[in-house]
Design a binder for this molecule. Structure first.
Ligand code: UD1
Ligand code: CA
Length: 475
């Protein structure tokens, strides 16, 4: 263990999120763009939440500060304003008053969302163990272009553990172009040292900004201890500066989510095509076919089978549900062992009972379909309460809207609705009642009754033959 007390080591977390993100060419602040269904900033806050409590976390905001604040306020973190975005060094200067009383800070960039909690833990421990003034988390990605490069101190002609400087891409000399080790933008700082020297930063560089990265050389030259800690993998430190990188990191985040699900017992046949948000859960032995999206906190049970091209959003699916191709399920609840699709559309407020069937081209909205009920083909069910074991024939429509108001249809348990029926709400079909095919039902039907509401069929024997004969004669 470390030989100093927790109080002496008081750590803050600082997340820099004030920049505009010019390279994204967006009307929205960069840190509010999303990967894996969560904003970049939420990912970073979540990764630091085991390191320090939210009250010791400070997010530096500036560009569109109020929008950024509103987006993550519920996490309980603190905010520091950077009035003008004059660089990452200036952002830390703005945080100085808020950091009084802390000995160290872990500093992160709001646009590097894949950092893992384990790595931050290791960074904190290494920083303390090295008694460092600055610890820089580094990596060697395949393509280091765009990142600050680490210049190690040479000892006896070989690079040492100490860092001499961080050189930004725009400032690299020809010789430095070959440096492969990058600055992740994630650091441990001893705050007394940082703030003792931060006044020496200048904006005399290619971007005209105060670079926090210049602190490495400043503190090193002043006799401070500046060290590097290589991250286990490069992917987790990558930042997002362009839409291309947004797509790449989204794919990386989703691959990580799929890997975790597969490790927990979910079958995913083509994970590279599967889009699952960070806040989604899936039970064991569920099978996910290619090109499925599970988003916005959906909770999928065990032993389900979700076939291709389904999009399930903010919905709960119980165990053993079969979802055939092409279903869209939004803000809905599906009971155990139900069968959906192909091509069912469950709109908000659909509650599908246990063992119920919803089939081809059936649209539901604000509807409760009882256990074992069936609506298998070409049907619209809206604003309806449908009992257990009801059979809804093909082409049935609940006429729930009179142009001004929505009205409710109630179909009690065990009723049978013949194909091509229109049920004009408000209307109630009693338990066990029978509606003849192609009926237009405008009045309540008592339990166990038969209701038929359609024009009567007229059949005229020989009529067609007579007409043909007539035509032939006159022609
Ligand atoms: C920065 C580092 C670079 C590192 C890279 C890692 C500097 C000078 N460079 O470069 O060495 O390799 O991150 O991803 O630090 N921000 C503010 N206020 C500002 C400017 C920026 O809060 O005035 C925030 C941004 O919102 C962003 C983060 O700081 O979240 C990084 O800024 P960005 O401009 O993206 O820095 P990089 O050029 O990527
Ligand atoms: Ca960046």
């Amino acid at each position: 263990m470390l030989n100093s007390t927790a109080a002496e080591n008081r750590f803050a977390v600082v997340i820099l999120a004030a920049g505009k993100g010019t390279r994204l060419k967006s009307r929205h602040p960069k840190v509010l763009h999303k990967i894996a269904g969560r904003t970049l900033l939420e990912h970073v806050i979540a990764a630091t939440s085991h390191l320090v409590p939210a009250r010791d976390t400070f997010v530096v905001i500036g560009h569109e500060a109020e929008r950024v604040r509103a987006a993550v306020e519920s996490t309980g973190v603190n905010f520091v304003e950077q009035p003008q975005q004059r660089g990452t060094g200036d952002a830390m200067k703005c945080a100085q008053p808020a950091l009084r009383g802390y000995e160290h800070a872990i500093v992160l960039m709001g646009d590097a969302p894949l950092i893992r909690p384990e790595t931050l833990q290791r960074l904190r421990e290494f920083h303390l163990q090295q008694q460092a003034d600055i610890t820089i988390l580094t990596a060697e990605p395949e393509d280091p272009t765009g990142y600050g490069r680490i210049v190690r101190k040479m000892v006896g002609g070989r690079p040492s553990a100490s860092v001499a400087a961080i050189v930004e891409q725009k400032m690299l000399s020809a010789a430095q172009m070959s440096l492969r080790e990058i600055n992740s933008g994630i650091y441990g700082f001893r705050l007394s040292t940082l703030f003792q020297h931060i006044g020496r930063l200048t904006d005399q560089n290619a971007a005209g900004e105060f670079y926090l990265t210049d602190m490495a050389a400043i503190v090193g030259e002043a006799g401070g201890n500046v060290v590097a800690l290589p991250a286990a993998t490069a992917t987790e430190v990558l930042g997002i500066n362009s839409r291309m990188e947004l797509a790449q990191l989204d794919a990386a985040a989703r691959a990580r989510i799929c890997a975790a699900l597969m490790n927990s017992g979910v079958t995913i046949y083509r994970p590279e095509t599967t889009v699952i948000d960070a806040d989604v859960t899936v039970g064991t032995d569920t099978i996910i076919e290619p090109f499925v999206q599970l988003v916005r906190g959906s909770r999928i049970g065990a032993d389900c089978h979700i076939q291709s091209y389904c999009v399930i959003s903010n919905s709960q699916v119980a165990d053993g549900v079969a979802i055939r191709p092409g279903c869209v399920i939004t803000d809905s609840v599906v009971g155990a062992a139900a069968t959906l699709g192909p091509y069912s559309h469950l709109r908000p407020g659909s509650e599908i009972g246990e063992g119920a069937h919803v089939g081809n081209f059936v649209e539901t909205k604000k509807v409760r379909l009882g256990a074992g009920a069936k609506a298998n083909h070409l049907t619209y069910l809206g604003d309806a309460e449908i009992g257990a074991r009801v059979n809804v024939g093909a082409g049935t429509i609940t006429c729930n809207y009179d142009g001004v108001h929505k009205h409710e249809t109630v179909i009690e348990e065990g009723a049978f609705i013949g194909s091509d029926s229109t049920l004009v709400a408000p209307v109630r079909i009693g338990a066990g009642a029978y509606i003849g095919a192609a009926s237009c039902i405008t009045e309540n039907v008592p339990p166990d009754a038969l209701a038929v509401g359609r024009g009567r069929q007229i059949t005229k024997p020989g009529w067609a033959a007579a007409r043909r004969a007539q035509r032939n004669k006159s022609g």
